[in-house]
Design a protein around this ligand. Sequence first.
Ligand SMILES: Cc1cc2nc3c(=O)[nH]c(=O)nc-3n(C[C@H](O)[C@H](O)[C@H](O)COP(=O)(O)O)c2cc1C
Length: 381
Amino acid sequence: MRLKSCHSFHDFRRMAQQRLPGPIFDYIDGAADDEVTYRRNTTAFETCQLVPNVLRGVGEIDMSVTVMGQRLAMPVYCSPTALQRLFHHQGERAVAAAAGKFGTMFGVSSLGTVSLEEARRISGSPQVYQFYFHKDRGLNRAMMARAKQAGIEVMMLTVDSITGGNRERDKRTGFSIPFRLTPAGMMQFALKPAWAINYLTHEGFKLPQLDGHVDMGGGALSISRYFTEMLDPSLSWDDVAAMVREWGGQFCLKGVMSVEDAKRAVEIGCTGIILSNHGGRQLDGSRSAFDQLAEIVDAVGDRIDVIMDGGVQRGTHVLKALSLGAKAVGLGRYYLFPLAAAGQAGVERALELMRSEIERDMRLMGCASIDRLTRANLRFS
Ligand SMILES: Cc1cc2nc3c(=O)[nH]c(=O)nc-3n(C[C@H](O)[C@H](O)[C@H](O)COP(=O)(O)O)c2cc1C
């Protein structure tokens, strides 16, 4: 399969599947338990229909949005994801560069494989730092100071990963960091020698956000032990309030789903919340962000930027979320499969397709700018 023949999320997913060893593909593609939430994230959009208006003068389309003080040329951004250099040797570098070209925001994960400083140098676009809260408060303060020093625009604390989700596909293949493959998982690597050659001929695996604090790149601590031993399950609203004060800038919580929590986020001074179930990778059976969006927008949408992610594969999905009141929409697997398929060129092609879909769909909806998208043009079945 060639990049030129990728026209949709499903094409990129197929191409990624052809290129990646099975355990790595399943790490990206998989989710928790029975993957019910993962499936619902996308099918939720299908319960919503668009009612277009016509003859509205849509020669010029403006799809820019301002979210958490950042002006984005398009209403989608690349949500932070872990371990990107395992998917393609360019990893976060490719995503930072592509986001820069398209004038949109991107996130670097605490479990990123390129340093946030290097990503900052590559991309002129607004950068998010995705933070996990450690038991060691000194370590948290040091990581925040480092992010501030690097000029990170938005701090994003992930709050839905207080413990790891039950990813059964990873259990079956033995996917973990460091690798502990089952014999069947090892066979899968043997079937994709091109990936192995590529991986082995580029710089070694490391986790630069954690280097100096946690020996994971070197292999002393696995990612699952990192979650259970280093992260703080007693994390409370008071801790986060202190963090918000210390950061003193744009600060959002990723993984808020209830109205009660959304209101608490406003009270402690957050400037954004991301409705998210982590791509279905944490609590299976939890509601999709799109299903929950209207309730949250109605409760706090006038006081905080409400953003959502999960299951977004199409321009029309983005328009539906924006019509319900989201200020922007995060992409996960939508750019990860293209990254795995073709590095930076893949991510750029995916963002280009998304941009042209949004532009075409806005024209067909009769909306020349994002503020024209409202609930009046939605129906649910
Ligand atoms: C392979 C993979 C790794 C991820 N790593 C992280 C991470 O390190 N931190 C985080 O907050 N979210 C992480 N996420 C969740 C994404 O940021 C985002 O919430 C999710 O992918 C959205 O769902 P979608 O993939 O259906 O678009 C990850 C998701 C995937 C698929």
